[in-house]
Design a protein. Structure first.
Length: 401
């Protein structure tokens, strides 16, 4: 393009020199023609003397800026006036706001709500995704603020439970910036931090529950804890107890891995060992999980010398997980990946005549992840408890008839 312009300007210069040679009074100036094309009429005068004045570009820009400034000063822009009657019917009369350019409310909420100190101080949690928000609303959690990228995403939620929430429509690009997901679902909500005792859990989950309790001891990985909560909900556990040292159950990664399990069973976080007994039945038996290496040879399990020293204090009898160990109200303790089981957990198991359960593994495998060991033992405990309940029902029926 630069070469083309250079050739055109050069041609004008040569043409001007040729004309100047024939007649010195003829001059060619190309800039005047370009300048003339940029001119705009100031006013139009008609034959009858009527005059019509045109608005200059600067004045028009100033007026547009004044209008934009008045909108910004007025605060948030409401879209209820722009909605059609059909849209009002679809949204159930809800009124939402459209975030103007430069609105950083989503950025502030998303960045601060990821802090555990803020969640504990302000009593707010961040939930992302349609399923997680629907589970929270069904359990009775109170929404405060909800961000969505399209009206269709808002229609997928129970609108009757969003009457007290502030609804804000934002751009999908902004939501993608502050989302923890690779592909955001287009909806993020801020809820008041709910109390486990105040939540209403699904009726089918209560009917399928068994007297099985799960104790998480120093589970510090968010993905591990979320998977454990999901397994506990699937196995029909009565409740989950988290000791001090565990990752926060309201961490966004924990909620994402749990897939709504946080709102399907009771979870009591940040407990001391003195408070554990208050959430367990009096006749409960506490077993601990041993994820360390066990040697499997010729279908027999042998305990190494180092592990025999560990059983000395406190003394817990080792037992393979597929043998009978859940014959009444049972609690299972799962230790963390790094620190393992605490001394308090071993003492509690010894006091209740519990056992040290382990999963036999082939040589060369050091240990299982906490979530994997928990899933194996929880479903085995559920099966044993259901078999026990079935035997009790049969005995009761035989006595009646």
């Amino acid at each position: 393009m630069a070469a083309l312009m250079y050739k055109v300007s050069r041609a004008f210069v040569i043409f001007g020199e040729l004309l100047r040679g024939h007649n010195q009074q003829i001059l060619v100036n190309s800039r005047r023609y370009v300048r003339a094309l940029r001119r705009r009429p100031v006013a139009v005068v008609y034959p009858d003397g009527e005059r019509e004045k045109f608005m200059k570009s600067n004045e028009a820009a100033d007026k547009l800026n004044e209008k934009a400034g008045s909108k910004k000063r007025s605060g948030r822009v409401s879209e209820r006036a722009e909605e059609s009657p059909q849209m009002k019917d679809k949204l159930g009369g809800l009124r939402f706001e459209k975030a103007p350019a430069g609105d950083n409310r989503l950025a502030k909420v998303a960045s601060v709500a990821r802090s555990r100190a803020f969640r504990d101080k302000e009593g707010k949690v961040l939930l992302e995704g349609r399923r997680l928000i629907c589970d929270a609303l069904s359990a009775g959690a109170a929404p405060q603020m909800l961000f969505f990228s399209a009206v269709e995403r808002l229609q997928e939620l129970p609108l009757d439970k969003l009457q007290q929430a502030k609804l804000i429509k934002v751009r999908y690009e902004d939501m993608k910036t502050w989302s923890d997901l690779v592909t955001p679902q287009g909806v993020i909500a801020i809820f008041s931090k709910p109390d486990a005792s105040c939540l209403v859990f699904p009726k089918d989950a209560r009917l399928q529950s068994v007297p099985l309790f799960l104790l998480c001891d120093n589970i510090r990985d968010a993905g591990n804890l979320g998977t454990i909560l999901r397994c506990a909900a699937a196995a029909g556990c009565d409740s989950v107890l988290l000791t001090k040292g565990c990752v926060d159950a309201w961490e966004p990664k924990v909620l994402c891995a749990a897939m709504g399990a946080r709102f399907r069973l009771q979870v009591f976080p940040n407990l001391d060992w003195d408070e554990i007994s208050k959430h367990l039945p009096k006749d409960v038996v506490v077993h601990v999980t041993d994820k360390q290496k066990m040697v499997l040879r010729m279908n027999t399990v042998k305990v190494t010398d180092e592990e025999s020293d560990e059983f000395s204090l406190p003394c817990l009898k080792p037992q393979v997980y597929f043998e009978s160990w859940a014959q009444r109200s049972t609690a299972l303790v799962i230790g963390g990946e790094t620190h393992g089981l605490s001394l308090e957990a071993l003492r509690l198991a010894e006091e209740t005549e519990g056992k040290r359960l382990f999963v036999p593994m082939a040589p060369g495998v050091e240990s299982l992840r906490s979530a994997m060991a928990a899933s194996i033992l929880l479903f085995k405990g559920r099966r044993q408890l259901l078999q026990l309940l079935d035997k009790t029902r049969r005995r009761t029926r035989s006595k009646i008839f």
